[in-house]
Design a protein. Structure first.
Length: 256
């Protein structure tokens, strides 16, 4: 029956139009198949990248968030954040094992690369997947936190005697109060490092890349802590005590 109808259709001089419609339909089908394949490949690539590590969140329904973006790489930062979170009941997020020597994903911005300046970090699709998931996890905790804190670590010898804090969305008067509160909390612990606050003191770690195209370009106000290796490894409990004392005082006075 179909063949007969097709013959009738052809006999009325409409064959070229029929062929054109058939070709168009076939091309459309190919496009749909390719689009589905590309979509499946993208989902697969995203899932593979996210399998490099894990996100561990604790939602305490707080207006304040503390994170360890490089858990497992900045040693003990994941422990510090977990314990501080339990002590002061902020919401917290730990990004565990996404940064390593085999996959140096920056997490807080959509780039990666080991041992280069922030200007030379390489944007990659897998870094974008992790960064987008990091932001998604943050927004699940609070879409507009009153204060956002990142805890990082470094092994730079020249920074071993100070805790460096980069700031975002904090004015000059607030910065002075932040430093004083941190110093007072420090004096109640056995930590021996000094406090170095951006725009008041010299610091090496300004979180430049994250401020330009990462979490610190979006979430404000924010504090970016850089703890030297010695304090994180040998004085972990003191760092926990320091942050557990300082952060509630900060938000009570400056970010209620």
């Amino acid at each position: 029956m179909f063949v007969k109808k097709l013959a009738e259709f052809s006999s009325h001089s409409s064959r070229p139009r029929f062929i054109a419609l058939t070709v168009a339909a076939f091309c459309s089908l190919l496009f749909v198949i390719e689009a589905v394949a590309d979509s499946n490949n993208l989902v697969s690539a995203r899932e593979e990248t996210l399998s490099f590590g894990q996100f561990i969140a604790q939602n305490n329904n707080s207006h304040y968030i503390i994170t360890a973006p490089h858990g497992g790489y900045d040693l003990m930062t994941e422990v510090i954040v977990r314990e501080v979170c339990a002590n002061i009941l902020w919401s917290c997020l730990i990004a565990q094992d996404f940064r390593s020597k085999s996959h140096y994903i920056n997490v807080t911005r959509p780039t990666e690369k080991l041992g280069v300046t922030s200007n030379n970090e390489a944007p990659t699709m897998r870094a974008l997947h992790v960064y987008e998931e990091y932001l998604s996890q943050i927004y699940l905790l609070n879409k507009a936190p009153k204060l956002y804190v990142e805890v990082h670590g470094n092994s730079r010898n020249e920074s071993k005697n100070r805790i460096e804090i980069a700031t975002v969305g904090i004015n000059g008067n607030q910065a002075k109060r932040v430093k004083l509160i941190l110093q007072n909390a420090m004096s109640s612990t056995k930590l021996t490092q000094s406090i170095a606050l951006e725009n008041i003191d010299y610091i090496y770690y300004h979180a430049t890349s994250s401020k330009a195209r990462g979490s610190l370009s979006i979430i404000k106000p924010a504090l970016h802590f850089e703890f030297p290796r010695s304090s994180r490894i040998t004085s972990t409990d003191e760092v926990i005590a320091f942050l557990s004392l300082a952060l509630p005082e900060l938000v009570l006075e400056l970010f209620p």
